[in-house]
Design a binder for this molecule. Structure first.
Ligand SMILES: NC(=O)c1ccc[n+]([C@@H]2O[C@H](COP(=O)([O-])OP(=O)(O)OC[C@H]3O[C@@H](n4cnc5c(N)ncnc54)[C@H](O)[C@@H]3O)[C@@H](O)[C@H]2O)c1
Length: 333
């Protein structure tokens, strides 16, 4: 469906991915963009601009959500609890935000006769890879509560499509990176360490591979999913069509910031802290390799990720240099 002339509500619209989608929706001449966010991690400054209504609200507040969704044509659902450690330590909170919250969004969408809903899912639904790259038919065996709750959201989206005729699209993202990325994952840890003159710390042998998808490509995938009717009732991988090992990521960050630095290797027990970086714990259930096959989306929607990884990392570094205070003050450190 068209974006031009329509009203779009985006939950979690003040976050990393959501705020970039907001920028693009304005460029695409949306009639209005409504950001619905509780600002637990999102930032008003990302979305305070013409054409955007900012509503401070929680997806667990059904009444407010339903009221805010009046006259909305399209919903993009990006609000979530993303912290894997939080999900492990407080799985009820993860469940409530990601499952109950998603059901609230779906119910409010039905009530308000929304015409399309995009759901931000995650490649985390697969768990440890049985084969690579992982396509949409790969077994679903999430390793963490986060993956279970994101998968539940997807399944409810499909049910609401089948039962209520709400056209939903679920997008299983790879590791999204670029300006406004939140601090906490490997690429961001490496960038901050190297900018501060310290060595990046690699856990294990550093050969674990990951699928990195640049923010502009994720935004493009969202726009294609809104515009193309063929996407309705579908679940797509949305990756970067690449894979980089943790070691390669460290090398690229070092090359772009300070080639004199050498990485350090550490092998903490999962759940324990690094001896070189005591505030960084190793994830239990760490994935060996995580590489998405995004060819279903390419074939059906003509999704072609365009951003070279080194170029994208360079863009993120430029942004971080101007905004290090954001990484120093975000709750996830
Ligand atoms: N970043 C990635 O690599 C990645 C990968 C896979 C999936 N995703 C999914 O993409 C979506 C956006 O992720 P992001 O990286 O932009 O994270 P983010 O933390 O930057 O954005 C999430 C936004 O949701 C808001 N929010 C959180 N809980 C809320 C609640 N209860 N009610 C209202 N708003 C709430 C936060 O304030 C924030 O603005 C999430 O659904 C996440 O699961 C992200």
């Amino acid at each position: 469906m068209e974006i031009e002339g329509n009203i779009i509500l985006i939950t979690g619209g003040a976050g990393f991915i959501g705020s970039h989608i907001v920028d693009r929706l304005i460029e695409e001449n949306a009639k209005k963009v409504i950001v619905y966010d509780n600002f637990s991690t999102g930032k008003k400054e990302y979305v305070a601009k013409d054409g955007v209504d900012i509503i401070e609200g929680d997806i667990l507040d059904y009444k407010k959500l339903e009221k805010t969704m009046k006259n909305v044509d399209i919903v993009s659902h990006h609000a979530a609890e993303l912290e894997v450690f939080t999900g492990i330590d407080n799985s009820i909170h993860d469940l409530r935000t990601n499952i109950e919250g998603t059901l609230n969004v779906l119910n409010a969408a039905i009530k308000n006769k929304v015409k399309k809903l995009i759901y931000a899912s995650s490649g985390g639904v697969y768990g440890q890879a049985n084969y690579l790259p992982e396509d949409e038919n790969h077994p679903l065996m999430p390793h963490w509560p986060y993956g279970v709750s994101k998968l539940s959201g997807e399944k409810y989206c499909l049910q609401y499509y089948l039962l209520h005729g709400l056209p939903t699209v679920s997008l299983r993202y790879g590791i999204v990176y670029g300006p406004r990325e939140w601090y906490g994952r490997v690429l961001t840890l490496f960038i901050k360490r190297v900018l501060e003159g310290n060595a990046p710390i690699i856990f294990g042998d550093g050969n674990q591979r990951r699928d990195y998808v640049y923010i502009d490509d994720v935004v493009e995938g969202n726009i294609l999913s809104i515009k193309n009717e063929k996407a309705e009732g579908k679940v797509f991988n949305l990756g970067g069509n690449n894979s980089y090992s943790v070691k390669q990521v460290a090398d690229i960050v070092i090359e772009l910031i300070n080639p004199d630095i050498k990485p350090i290797y550490d092998d903490p027990i999962p759940g324990e802290s690094s001896k070189f970086q005591p505030n960084r714990k190793r994830l239990p259930g760490e994935l060996k390799d995580f590489i998405l096959d995004s060819s279903f989306m390419r074939n059906l929607l003509n999704y072609i990720p365009k951003t070279d990884f080194k170029f994208g990392v360079g863009k993120e570094i430029e942004w971080v240099k101007r905004n290090l205070d954001i990484w120093n003050t975000l709750p996830r450190v």
